[in-house]
Write a protein that binds this ligand. Structure first.
Ligand SMILES: O=C(O)C(=O)C[C@]1(C(=O)O)C=C[C@@H](O)C=C1
Length: 367
């Protein structure tokens, strides 16, 4: 994908890019009161939901088209740019007619290639920034597919929004951040602007600062944060919106990091540390290879003696003791749990290969 750099999008914005505003546009008064304080606090790009995809029926589904004329008035009175979500070609047409500056595709649309393609078709010949939220499920290919569809329609001011992923088990976040997915996207498309949406990840105000800082530490290009003049009485997402004052305080506490340092001394210190990391990684891999050879031996033994591959008692001991060892070595036991789960899966796979009589294992001895 050939992406136009964020600095060429004519958003005249700060670094990081900040987009803030209510979850939903509710009334002209609510919109104006919110925007007025946001603008006084330096925010130049406002977000606001016009059409709201809601999980349950009978929830507030957005004001719809009438909100567009209120937004138009606000844009001309305060000189702000405005971003809204679109979920159909009809939305795109109305949003463009109303002079919206940025459109985004929501998580529930990104999951559906038919919907994304219809939106993409309606964007042909249009020059407007489009941001694509991650799909609700942790599927990087689906996210990339949606970005490609929009890109193929001729959009080069293209960006991605990380809003987290639905997870039945997450007790902290409304949508699990699963940072490795946006980081993998960044690795594959370094030029693609990446914006974090801490409001939808957290689902609650008190965590937003922590996730925003994490996003900046991971070199995200911007933040999209929900802000409402009276969050407690918001018609949607009341628990996760911040007042414009609280937002301003939060933004003041955030620390911006740089992708690299220009200081040659610091750069060479980092280089030395990286060389050590390379050495340790090589040792780690050699150790893993040694472990794998032993697992193969155990596999050959199991095949010869007709013993089952999965050894629950032994595995429980391995699994638990490694976490204990991790604690005493100041390594996060949760991480070791995941690592050893992966290792065990690979052991089983390898022994399955041996037991299922693949020729190459036939003549192996046990030494
Ligand atoms: O102990 C064994 O039987 C092994 O084959 C090794 C191993 C492991 O990877 O540690 C692999 C599979 C078993 O379920 C238990 C443990």
């Amino acid at each position: 994908m050939k992406i136009n750099k964020l600095e060429n999008w004519n958003l005249q914005e700060s670094n990081p890019l900040i987009i803030a505003g209510p979850c939903s546009v509710e009334t002209p008064q609510q919109l104006e009161k919110t925007v007025e304080v946001l603008v006084n606090n330096g925010i130049r790009i406002i977000r606001g939901g016009v059409w709201k995809p809601r999980t349950r029926p009978n929830s507030f589904e957005g004001v719809g088209s009438p909100a567009l004329s209120w937004i138009r008035d606000i844009k001309s009175k305060y000189g702000v740019k405005f971003a809204i979500e679109v979920a159909s070609p009809q939305h795109v047409e109305e949003a463009l007619q109303a002079g919206m500056d940025i459109l985004w595709i929501g998580a529930r649309s990104t999951v559906n290639p038919f919907t994304v393609q219809e939106i993409a078709n309606s964007l042909k010949g249009v020059d407007i920034p489009i941001l694509v939220k991650n799909p609700v499920n942790p599927d990087l290919a689906l996210w990339i597919g949606a970005l490609e569809r929009i890109h193929h329609a001729g959009i080069d001011k293209l960006g991605a929004i990380h809003r987290g992923f639905s997870n039945f088990n997450d007790e902290i976040f409304r949508n699990s951040p699963t940072w490795q997915i946006p980081l993998e996207l960044r690795t594959r498309y370094p030029e693609l602007p990446l914006i974090n949406d801490p409001s939808h990840i957290c689902g609650r105000r008190d965590l937003i600062s922590q996730i925003s800082q994490m996003a900046l530490d991971l070199n995200f290009d911007g933040l999209m944060i929900e802000s409402h003049i009276d969050p407690e009485n918001a018609w949607s997402d009341a628990a996760q919106q911040l007042t414009p004052y609280a937002l301003s305080e939060l933004l003041n506490t955030l620390e911006t990091r740089f992708p690299t340092t220009d200081n040659p001394v610091l750069e060479s210190q980092l280089e030395v540390i990286r060389q050590h990391i390379d050495d340790v990684d090589r040792d780690l891999l050699e150790m893993l290879s040694r472990r794998m050879r032993l697992v193969e031996k155990a596999g050959i033994y199991k095949k010869k003696n007709n013993v089952a591959i999965f050894q629950m008692e032994r595995w429980k001991k391995v699994f638990e003791s490694r976490q204990e060892w991790a604690k005493s070595l100041q390594v996060n036991p949760e991480f070791i749990k995941e690592l050893f789960n992966l290792i065990h899966t690979e052991s089983i796979k390898k022994q399955e290969e041996i037991i299922s009589n693949k020729e190459k294992w036939e003549d192996r001895t046990m030494d």
